[in-house]
Ligand binder design. Structure first.
Ligand code: GDP
Ligand code: MG
Length: 440
C-alpha cells in the first residue's frame, strides 16, 4: 500500500507541469491502492476531495513549490484518515488502573494482554494479569504460560466457572498488593452474541475498569466498523488494539474503519511474539507506510530507552560519528527485534542488504564486531582517512574481509548524510512529521 501511494506521489512529482489533471491522476492511483486495502469508499472519496480542495491551483504562485505542497496535503489527509479525533484514557501512575480486554475469540486478546503487560512492565509499571476467561478450554494455561515467560504475576483458576467472580477476586488481590496496572483478560465468543455482551456488562460493572480495550483482528478489513460499533454500544470502549497487521492486505481498511468509529487505536499487533507490539501513532504510521521514516517514533524510542542524550543531541545537530552509529546499533538491539526497529528508518533498511529479518541482524552484528576492532580515534574522528592498510588492519582484527569494512564505512557515510539532513530540519526535534512529509 505504502509503496503504491509513494509511486503515485512520485509520478506526480516527475510530471513537467503540475496541473489539476496530474493531481487527479495521482489521487486516482492513491484511491485505487486504498480501496484494495479495503478502505471504505466513503473515506477514499473524502480524502480525494479534501486534497483537491486544499490545493488552490490559481493561487499557487509560480515560486511556490507545488509538488511539496501537494505531497504535504496527501500526508496530512492520510493521517486524518487514521485519526479517531479522540485521546486514549490516560493511565495514572501510583494508582491501581484496571484495564479490561474485550473482543471476539481468536482475535488476539490473550496475546495482546500479555504484550501490553510486558510493554508497560518494561516501562516501570507494576503490572499483573487476571484470567477471567472461563469459556475457552485451556485459557488459563495459555495466559499462565505467557505471563510466566514475561515474568508477570497472574491470577486465575482451573475450577471456578464464574468469570465475574474470578475477575473480582483477581482485581481485589492485586489492588491489595498495590499493583498499578491490573489487566483483565475476558472470554470471547465466536460471534457477537447476547451472552458475550451480557457477560462483559456484568464484568465491567463488577470491576469498574479505568479503560476497556477492544481487541480486533485486522484481517476483516472494513467490516471492523460494525464490530467496533457493536462493542462500543455494549461497554464503554476507551481504546482499540488492532492485531495481526503483519501480512494482512486489509489492514488499511481495518485501521480506518476503527478510527472512523471514534475509538483511538493505541497499539498494534504485528506478530505472535511478545515484542511484536507497538504503540500506534497516526503520523508515525503514515510516515512509515510511505517510507518517509518514523523519525518521531525513533526519537521516542531513543528517549524511552534512555540512550545517551549526547548522541541524541548530536543527531539533532547533524553530526554522526562511527561511534554514534555503534551506540545506535547497540541500543537499538535493546529495544526489541531489530527488524521492526529497522522499518522505522527507511535509510536503515537500505543499509541492510536483505533489509529485514535474520540476514539484516547478522549484518548489524558483523558491523558491531568491525567497529569493535577500530581505535578510539577511528571511531570518534570523522576526519580520519581509512587507507587500505587501515581497512586491512580492522578487517583482520574483526575476522572479516576488507570489503566488509568498506561496506560499513560506505553505509556510515550514507547514514551520516541522512542524519545531517535530519539535523538541519527545524522542528524535527519535536517529531514534526509534517516537515518530513513536505521534505519528501
Ligand atoms: P483470543 O482468543 O482473543 O484470546 O486470541 P489469542 O490471544 O489466543 O490469539 C489467537 C491467535 O492469534 C493466536 O494463535 C495468536 O498467536 C495469534 N495472534 C495474536 N496476535 C497476533 C498478531 O499480531 N499477529 C499474528 N500473526 N498472530 C497473532
Ligand atoms: Mg483468550
Amino acid at each position: 500500500l505504502g509503496k503504491r501511494i509513494n509511486r503515485a506521489i512520485r509520478l506526480m512529482s516527475d510530471a513537467t507541469v503540475i496541473d489539476e489533471a496530474v493531481v487527479k491522476e495521482m489521487l486516482n492511483e492513491i484511491a485505487k491502492a486504498l480501496l484494495e486495502a479495503d478502505v471504505n469508499i466513503k473515506y477514499v472519496a473524502q480524502l480525494k476531495n479534501r486534497v483537491l480542495n486544499r490545493v488552490k491551483f490559481e493561487e499557487l504562485a509560480a515560486g511556490v513549490n507545488k509538488r511539496k505542497m501537494i505531497q504535504g496535503a496527501v500526508v496530512d489527509e492520510l493521517c486524518a484518515l487514521l485519526d479517531s479525533g479522540r485521546d486514549p484514557v490516560p493511565l495514572k501512575k501510583g494508582k491501581p488502573n484496571v484495564i479490561m480486554f474485550v473482543g471476539l475469540q481468536g482475535n488476539g486478546k490473550t496475546t495482546s494482554c500479555v504484550k501490553y503487560a510486558h510493554y508497560h512492565q518494561r516501562k516501570g509499571w507494576k503490572t499483573a494479569l487476571v484470567c477471567a476467561d472461563t469459556f475457552r478450554a485451556g485459557a488459563f494455561d495459555q495466559l499462565k504460560q505467557n505471563a510466566t515467560k514475561a515474568r508477570i504475576p497472574f491470577y486465575g483458576s482451573y475450577t471456578e466457572t464464574d468469570p465475574v467472580k474470578l475477575a473480582i477476586e483477581g482485581v481485589n488481590r492485586f489492588k491489595l498488593d498495590k499493583f498499578e496496572l491490573i489487566i483483565v483478560d475476558t472470554s470471547g465468543r465466536h460471534k457477537q452474541e447476547k451472552a458475550l455482551f451480557e457477560e462483559m456488562e456484568q464484568m465491567s460493572e463488577a470491576v469498574n475498569p479505568n479503560d476497556v480495550i477492544f481487541v480486533m483482528d485486522s484481517s476483516i478489513g472494513q467490516a471492523a466498523e460494525d464490530q467496533a460499533k457493536a462493542f462500543r454500544s455494549s461497554v464503554s470502549v476507551g481504546s482499540v488494539i488492532v492485531t495481526k497487521l503483519d501480512g494482512h492486505a486489509k489492514g488499511g481498511g481495518a485501521l480506518s474503519a476503527v478510527s472512523g468509529t471514534g475509538s483511538p487505536i493505541t497499539f498494534i499487533g504485528i506478530g505472535e511474539h511478545m515484542t511484536d507490539f507497538e504503540p500506534f501513532n497516526t503520523q508515525s504510521f503514515v510516515g512509515r507506510l510511505l517510507g518517509l521514516g518514523d523519525i518521531s517514533g525513533l526519537m521516542n524510542m531513543i528517549n524511552e530507552a534512555d540512550i545517551d542524550k549526547d548522541v541524541y543531541e548530536r543527531i539533532a545537530e547533524g553530526h554522526f560519528t562511527l561511534r554514534d552509529m555503534r551506540d545506535q546499533f547497540e541500543n537499538i538491539g535493546k529495544l526489541g527485534p531489530l527488524s521492526s526497529v529497522m522499518t522505522m528508518l527507511p535509510h536503515m533498511q537500505n543499509l541492510l542488504p536483505a533489509g529485514k529479518g535474520k540476514e539484516g541482524e547478522e549484518r548489524v552484528k558483523q558491523f558491531m564486531v568491525i567497529m569493535d576492532s577500530m581505535t578510539d580515534a577511528e571511531l570518534d574522528n570523522p576526519k580520519i582517512q581509512f587507507t587500505t592498510e587501515r581497512e586491512m588492519r580492522v578487517a583482520r582484527g574483526a575476522g572479516v574481509f576488507p570489503t566488509d569494512v568498506r561496506m560499513l564505512l560506505k553505509q556510515h557515510k550514507e547514514f551520516a548524510g541522512v542524519v545531517e539532513k535530519m539535523g538541519s530540519m527545524k522542528g524535527l526535534k519535536n517529531g514534526n512529521m509534517n516537515m518530513l512529509g513536505k521534505e519528501l
